[in-house]
Structure formats: structure tokens, C-alpha cells
Design a protein around this ligand. Structure first.
Ligand code: TMP
Length: 213
């Protein structure tokens, strides 16, 4: 049985990451892998309910952080860890890097508290499992916040995050950059390029890492 593989997609709202999920899933399946596609906040009935609250209700940054980590705990125990244990690929639209970027960077919330919560929620127990559960590979769709704001303006009805001012997204983007610095699991994708070229970067990164033929 192959080892499980945990892949996440990250970036500020409007960076275009979700539009590459179908192609990414198809490419991984072509390699014969079973792919579990999921998202955060969400991925289980309980976590999807928490997502609704986080995206629509006013709350302070600690409450927001606790709710995204509560949703994550359910998601990790019910979906992510079991799939990885079966040797499957988990393809997840956002994970904890988003918490460090949005709650830590965007809201300016205490990174030490987030690290403590991460330690509680992502602790791996059991045979052969040590340390924190982290993605094996993270595609970071990097786009200047001003460009993302233009893209979002013509899109959909904004949620609590999408409705934030440009300054918020500058802090979120800085949060992602800080989190990615020196971490080999991050693949920075230049999301300002046309869509086909963005996809070409994703495909090339998968091939370079031996994850696609
Ligand atoms: P989505 O629109 O990409 O599905 O993400 C939902 C929103 O939730 C997005 O604006 C980012 C935000 N978010 C956080 O603030 N913290 C988190 O930990 C996660 C996973 C998402």
C-alpha cells in the first residue's frame, strides 16, 4: 500500500486556487491514486455547520480561531487521518496555514495561541505516527491583494472575510509569506499569470516531486 499523501491549497480570497481542484484531482487519479477531496473550514457535517457560523456571524478573533480549530479537529479525526492511514491522497482546499494567515495575519491574533491549538488538534497518536499532522505539499497561490480584490469585486456576494478591506488581505498575504518561508512543503505558484500558466506551474511542481507522470 502506498503512503498517504496530504496536499493542501492556500492563498488569499480571489487567488483562484479552487478553480484548479478538478484538474489536480484528475491528474492524481491518473497516477492510480484514490483521492479524497475536501475543504476547510468544513469536510464533515459538524465542520460544515461551524463553517456557516464562521463565515456569517460576528465574533472575536479567539472565538473564530477556536471554531476553525474545532472544525479541523472533527475533520482530521473523521476524514483526513483515516484516509491517510488507508494510503489515499487527501486534497484539501485550505488547512491550518489559512488560520495563521487569516486569524494570525489578518486579524492580528496571537500566533502563540494558534500554535498551541495546532499542537492540540493535529497531534498524531499511534504506531508510526509522530509529531504534528502537517500537509506533505502545499500549493500557495500567491497573488497581489489588489489584483485579488479586483477579481473578487465582480464575483459573488462576499462572506465575512471577502468583505474585508484591502489592508486585511495585505496582512493575510504577509501571513502566508511568513508561514511559507524556508518550508520545503510549500510550492509558491505565481497566481497573477493567466489561468493556463498557473495550471502549468501546478502540474510542473507535481511532476518535479514525482507525484504525477
Ligand atoms: P474558501 O472561500 O476558500 O472556502 O475559505 C473560506 C474562508 O474562510 C476564507 O475567506 C478563508 C477563511 N478561513 C479562515 O479565516 N481560517 C481558516 O482556518 C480557514 C481554513 C479559512
Amino acid at each position: 500500500m502506498s503512503a498517504g499523501l496530504f496536499i493542501t491549497l492556500e492563498g488569499i480570497d480571489g487567488a483562484g486556487k479552487s478553480s484548479h481542484l478538478d484538474a489536480l484531482e484528475a491528474l492524481l487519479r491518473q497516477g492510480g491514486r484514490t483521492v479524497v477531496r475536501t475543504r476547510e473550514p468544513g469536510g464533515t457535517p459538524l465542520a460544515e455547520s461551524l463553517r456557516d457560523l464562521v463565515l456569517t456571524r460576528a465574533m472575536d478573533a479567539l472565538t473564530e480561531s477556536l471554531l476553525v480549530f474545532a472544525a479541523r479537529r472533527d475533520h482530521v479525526t473523521q476524514v483526513i487521518a483515516p484516509a491517510l492511514a488507508r494510503g489515499e491522497v487527501v486534497l484539501c482546499d485550505r488547512f491550518t496555514d489559512a488560520t495563521f494567515a487569516y486569524q494570525g495575519g489578518g486579524r492580528g491574533f496571537d500566533a502563540g495561541v494558534l500554535q498551541a491549538l495546532e499542537g492540540w488538534v493535529q497531534a498524531q497518536e499511534g504506531e508510526g505516527a509522530h509529531g504534528l499532522l502537517q500537509p506533505d505539499l502545499t500549493f500557495w497561490f500567491d497573488l497581489p491583494p489588489d489584483v485579488a480584490a479586483e477579481r473578487l469585486a465582480s464575483a459573488r456576494v462576499p462572506d465575512r472575510f471577502e468583505a474585508q478591506p484591502a489592508e486585511f488581505f495585505r496582512r493575510v498575504a504577509a501571513g502566508y509569506a511568513a508561514r511559507a518561508a524556508g518550508q520545503p512543503r510549500f510550492e509558491r505558484i505565481d497566481a497573477a499569470q493567466p489561468r493556463e500558466q498557473v495550471w502549468a506551474q501546478v502540474e510542473a511542481a507535481l511532476r518535479r516531486r514525482g507525484l504525477a507522470a
